[in-house]
Design a protein. Structure first.
Length: 85
């Protein structure tokens, strides 16, 4: 899988987790809520969503803090770290 597809899949994974495990509803506000929760610029998340850039170290670190009580760190790394090594 190419980097563009990996980036888009990483974004979709993040949204899936926050909607299904953190019960963030409605989905329309998920991007804004996620950027606020991770303390990252919305442009950074949109770059990942569009397949332009890899997840930043800060994005991965803050996402783990947010979701690792509910999902495993290894699962997060499978989507947000390993495809970009």
């Amino acid at each position: 899988m190419g980097n563009v597809e990996n980036r888009k899949q990483a974004y979709e994974y993040m949204i899936y987790v926050v909607q299904n495990q953190l019960n963030w509803i409605p989905a329309i506000n998920s991007d804004r809520k996620l950027t606020d929760a991770l303390d990252i610029p919305v442009t950074e998340l949109h770059s990942l969503k569009e397949g332009i850039s890899d997840p930043s170290d800060k994005m991965v670190k803050e996402f783990k803090k947010l979701v690792c009580p509910l999902t495993s760190e290894s699962e997060v790394e499978n989507y947000l770290v390993e495809p970009f090594l």
